[in-house]
Design a protein around this ligand. Structure first.
Ligand code: SF4
Length: 257
């Protein structure tokens, strides 16, 4: 099989089962609008907030066609940064779904959802997993360290709008670390306003500069989310056994899934 660069995995995802990753950015360095303290892809050298095309659809088609027989539960747009920075995300989702015959998920940091165009691109996915780690601007600056032009209020407003418009499954992902663990009640209150179909409570169990919270902390954080639908935590979720097709390409991006 020729070397692949855009598609990696399948990897076992505690949220999506066997997940075939698609990296529409496919850059050697992370491309992101955030620089989260716990990011497993290293530091954000240069912020990016304006979507552009990184990979054209012909390149994507030729790689996806090689994999149309691969066993997986989901095709997931993730990879070396924030997938909504790829301006052709919506078309790429449609392409992946039609060739692979799999449901499509996108993992996003939610930072650009305030833009109508980004919401339209995301709306093509069957599942959107949207990050919300913080309850206000101050903690956003400590945990997610966004590009200077991005602010808390428009980000949350963008998430609410997306919820109102979107017909697919919206999951909210909250990464808890020491710096935001005392804000679980406030984040849960925001989650209730956004009203996702599922809440995923995470902590960085894979190699990260920031230590994960222990099981007991996550269990008490989970209680704050009690009256939300379908709350799952990284400690409780089972992981399926899978073997990646190309180990090197997978390990390069694996942290994000
Ligand atoms: S964790 Fe995700 S959103 Fe945060 S800096 Fe890394 S790639 Fe970007």
């Amino acid at each position: 099989m020729p070397a692949m660069s855009i598609i990696y995995g399948p990897v076992p995802s505690w949220r999506l089962g066997r997940s075939l990753g698609i990296d529409l950015l496919n850059t050697s360095r992370k491309v992101c609008s955030f620089d989260c303290v716990y990011c497993q892809l290293g530091k954000t050298d240069q912020f990016m907030v304006e979507p552009r095309e990184f990979i054209n659809l012909e390149q994507l088609t030729s790689e996806i066609k090689l994999l149309s027989q691969t066993k997986a539960d989901y095709a997931t747009f993730s990879g070396m940064g924030e997938p909504t920075l790829a301006s052709n995300l919506g078309e790429a989702i449609e392409l992946a779904r039609s060739i692979l015959d799999l449901p499509v998920a996108v993992l996003t940091n939610s930072s650009l959802m305030f833009r109508e165009g980004v919401r339209h691109q995301l709306a093509h996915a069957d599942t959107v997993i949207a990050k919300l780690d913080v309850p206000n601007e101050e903690v956003l600056a400590i945990v997610n360290r966004p590009a200077p032009e991005l602010h808390f209020a428009p980000i949350v407003e963008g998430m609410r709008r997306f919820r109102d418009e979107y017909k697919g499954k919206l999951a909210l992902q909250v990464m808890f670390i020491e710096a935001n663990k005392d804000y679980a009640s406030e984040i849960a209150a925001l989650a209730r306003q956004i009203s996702p179909d599922e809440v995923q409570i995470d902590t960085p169990l894979r190699p990260s500069k920031v230590k994960p919270l222990p099981r007991e902390n996550i269990a008490s954080i989970r209680e704050k989310f009690n009256n939300l639908r379908n709350v799952i935590t990284v400690y409780e979720a089972p992981k399926p056994e899978v073997l990646p097709l190309d180990l090197a390409q997978t390990l390069r991006r694996r942290p994000r899934l």
